[in-house]
Design a protein around this ligand. Sequence first.
Ligand code: ADP
Length: 256
Amino acid sequence: VRVAPADIGGEAPSGRIFLLTYRDISQTRRIDRMRSDFVANASHELRTPLASLRGFIETLQGPAKNDAKAQERFFGIMHEQATRMSRLVDDLLSLSRLELKSHIAPEDPVDLVPLLGHVRDSLQLLASDLDVTISLEVPAEPVVVRGDRDELIEVFENLVENACKYGQEGKKVEVRLTGGEGSQAEVSVTDHGPGIPAEHVPRITERFYRVNVEASRSKKGTGLGLAIVKHILTRHRARLLIHSEVGKGTVFTVRF
Ligand code: ADP
């Protein structure tokens, strides 16, 4: 852009070339807002169990000082709250570690067949506590993808655990792996629970987004599980597809 000195009111000699640069800061603003929302949400989530812990400590020092029965009950609740805080901090650390390496794609060969067997075994106890059966269907041959074994375990543990917890009343959770030599690997996790109303589906992988906060809390959720899943899958260049029908159930599909 050639600007005459008169236009800018400066003392630059006539004919000098100025570069005017414009930067759209709406994206930066959006990220700043998301960051501060995140800090506010995380603080709020930590403050709730902390306030409860303080309340119980005060009660134990005062009114319940000589009440052994109340003490036992309160210690149990305090233990639960402390566990909840640890879970939250672990998930927050997990997210921030993933953010640091989001641009690096993990490249180890990982066979999904034994990996999904491991996931099913590790959730067997939770499933039987909830009276849910997990079925696993895999091809006879290996299905190898490039990735990070531990992170992929975290993805499928999260999806299967959610299917057991939120789809509990459907009694059955089905994990299916397809693909193999030359074809795209795909894992689907199906439950027959209440489903997710359509308006919530697009936001379900946002940090701290829950359809029902109380239900999530009572099921020991932190609201960060699917955000972690999404981060890991992005790093693996894999997609997460969600298909849900209210009253029928939900299918989470990971497509590599
Ligand atoms: P949380 O720790 O609350 O489980 P997630 O990020 O794993 O957090 O899930 C976010 C929310 O998505 C949950 O609180 C729940 O409302 C909903 N959700 C996740 N999986 C399912 C499912 N299989 N069926 C119904 N709702 C689900």
